[in-house]
Design a binder for this molecule. Sequence first.
Ligand code: GAR
Length: 194
Amino acid sequence: MLRVVVLISGQGSNLRAFVDSCADGSIPATVVAVGADSDVPGLEHARHCDIPAFVEDLEPGGDRDAWGARLGDRIADFAPDLVILSGFMRLVPPAFVRRFAPMLLNTHPAFLPEFPGIHAVRDAFEAGVTETGASVIVVDDGVDTGPILAQRRVPVVDGDTESTLHDRIRIVERELLADVVRDIANRETAIEEN
Ligand code: GAR
């Protein structure tokens, strides 16, 4: 069983789907802890499932490197095989990336390298594209620039709002993440050191 720590910054709907799929055996992994950068609603599901939940906040103007070291220590306490940024909206510092990569993944609501950054769905919507997508990548020092492990197109349909589009993208993200973690667990995907 892969030991996974998941980091979130919001409602954590993808986290919930991931936890549920681990619990019902469809993903051969165990979520050993969920962390966040503030006490967000998504932590509630972890607590409800008796999964340890922790908050490591970066104060405004705080030292990002020191925060990254504290966050890394909290994660390392759970001895994970894999760390997943699932809607974690902070840039992690380079030392954090070095500590956990390449077993540090990020889900992103766009077909990278299109629309990197924290407003990917809004940016795609406002650009008027007819399709966008979802990606699962290995985190590197850039903003959504790491190696792409899986991605799929998602069409923008008539009547879409940013919110309806994002909800359909989330469904694809969940499937991609499940596939990637299954492949890693089954050693069908070897993630190389850079
Ligand atoms: C997901 O779509 C995730 O890809 C995105 O935040 C959403 C979190 O949804 N992450 C990013 O945009 C990171 N750049 P959730 O909290 O409902 O799981």
